[in-house]
Design a protein around this ligand. Structure first.
Ligand code: AMP
Length: 384
């Protein structure tokens, strides 16, 4: 019999579970899917959702009890300062993830539930947590700390953790390969532009700064999140506007960003409106781009030398107009986009800058599931 070479990747959200079964020998997807609307009548809880996924896999002859399954890899959003690498899940690890719930009250509880249910399903199988924050734990203190009173910061674990780490890690490595170099040899600015959005500065394969902070609210303008703003805005809204903490939370996380600025959080719709000459959409687009360019410039200075700028996620992979506006006029920094290459649509990783551009501009479709599977498989392999 051949060795177990498949990994089931689970991404448990508060009302959905996404899964992929990946064959590691060739990275092929044997099955993938999504169970939505957990908590409603059809699917009251995560246990039902996972049972449904297990049934679906069994139906296709790929059941979770098959000997080919080497591990289950779980996406976990917040690993705090403790989890710097993929981690084999034990009771103790699960307790530590529970302790981090106050830092990610929307995400970690769902991740934990997914893990608990999966462990019941296959108690004997290695289960691995892959943290969204782990890739960023290499940030120097100068980038990770906020300039607030140290004792207060330490007491409440207030520091910059960063998110989307699995994507930043995958894309920074993949773009190095695209350039025919090793990750250690290149400095990369990764722009993960999806509904949530973040930038990172990666020096020789190591993350040295990222735009999200204590929570995924900091940084770039996103679909529904504000990104950076003067913290006194919150105080002002509370004191002068009388908004409660929960109202401010909802405002900044769910009613801001592109949605708050122009009423649309989908960049396709924003692009369509801009093309029609809609001034509200144009201003929202300009604010989005202005913030993005500030991060590109900032991370250029952080890195000193930049070999590549890699665009990824829904907007980064698909919106040629966003990529063009983000790097327009930066030839003096060695960034020289090729408009023809940039406008080609493709699902493949590709360079879209001119051949003589000192900094390669690339589009690299992200693959967080594959990265999670590889990290989980690598850990299980090592443990054997
Ligand atoms: P993600 O969070 O990575 O799944 O990205 C989702 C976002 O990608 C959507 O909200 C859209 O705004 C954006 N998106 C997807 N396709 C396109 C496209 N063709 N052009 C512009 N934006 C797109």
């Amino acid at each position: 019999m051949t060795a177990a070479s498949r990994v089931l990747v689970l991404n448990s959200g508060s009302s959905s579970v996404k899964y992929q079964l990946i064959e590691m020998t060739d990275a092929s997807r044997l099955a993938s899917g999504l169970v939505e609307r957990i908590g409603e009548r059809d699917c009251p809880d995560h246990a039902t959702a996972l049972a449904r996924i297990a049934d679906e896999l069994a139906h296709r002859g790929l059941g979770v009890d098959s000997p080919g399954l080497a591990a289950i890899g779980h996406r976990v959003v917040h690993g705090g300062s403790r989890f710097t690498a993929p981690t084999l899940i034990t009771d103790e690890v699960l307790d530590a993830v529970r302790e981090l719930v106050p830092l990610a009250p929307l995400h970690n509880p769902a991740n934990i539930t997914g893990i608990e249910v999966a462990r019941k399903l296959r108690p004997d199988l290695p289960q691995v947590a892959v943290f969204d924050t782990a890739f960023h734990t290499t940030m120097p203190e100068s980038a990770a700390r906020y300039a607030i009173d140290t004792e207060t910061a330490d007491r409440y674990a207030v520091r910059r953790y960063g998110f989307h780490g699995t994507s930043h890690q995958y894309v920074s490595r993949r773009v190095a390969r695209l350039l025919g170099k090793s990750p250690e040899a290149v400095n990369v600015i990764v722009l993960h532009l999806g509904n949530g959005a973040s930038a990172s500065a990666v020096a020789g394969g190591v993350c040295v700064d990222t735009s999200m902070g204590l929570t995924p609210l900091e940084g770039l303008v996103m679909g529904t999140r504000s990104g950076d703003l003067d913290p006194a805005v919150l105080l002002h809204l509370h004191r002068v506007g009388g908004l409660s903490v929960d109202e401010i939370d909802t405002l900044l996380n769910r009613r801001s960003g592109m949605l708050g600025l122009c009423g649309d959080n989908d960049m396709r719709e924003v692009g369509r409106r801009v093309a029609e000459g809609d001034p509200e959409a144009k201003l929202a687009f300009d604010i989005y781009i202005h913030r993005l360019r500030k991060y590109i410039g900032g991370y250029y200075a952080v890195l000193g030398r930049v070999d590549a700028i890699a665009f990824t996620a829904g907007v980064g992979e698909n919106a040629a107009d966003v990529r063009e506006a983000a790097v327009a006029g930066l030839e003096a920094l060695g960034i020289d986009l090729d408009p023809a290459l940039n406008s080609v649509r493709s699902a493949e990783p590709r360079v879209v800058s001119r051949a003589d551009s000192r900094v390669a501009v690339a589009v690299v479709p992200t693959d967080e599931e594959l990265e999670i599977a590889q990290q989980a498989f690598g850990l299980v392999g090592k443990a054997e």
